[in-house]
Ligand binder design. Structure first.
Ligand SMILES: [Zn+2]
Ligand SMILES: [Zn+2]
Ligand SMILES: [Zn+2]
Length: 56
């Protein structure tokens, strides 16, 4: 049995999260783990993942 799940790091440079296609937020041709990252933290919000310090 083959497990073929592509794992891609979030497009946000400061984000350490790994996103899976299908769950990712697509923006600018990249995959992001959350809307906050996709919008470059325009609202100053971090992503909702514990342990991730990205806030843009
Ligand atoms: Zn994150
Ligand atoms: Zn992210
Ligand atoms: Zn981020």
């Amino acid at each position: 049995m083959t497990v073929n799940v592509e794992m891609v790091k979030c497009g946000c440079a400061d984000c350490v999260c790994i996103v899976t296609p299908g769950k990712a937020v697509e923006a600018e041709g990249r995959s992001f783990c959350s809307d906050s990252c996709a919008q470059h933290h325009a609202d100053g919000d971090g992503c909702e993942h514990a342990g991730c310090a990205c806030h843009g």
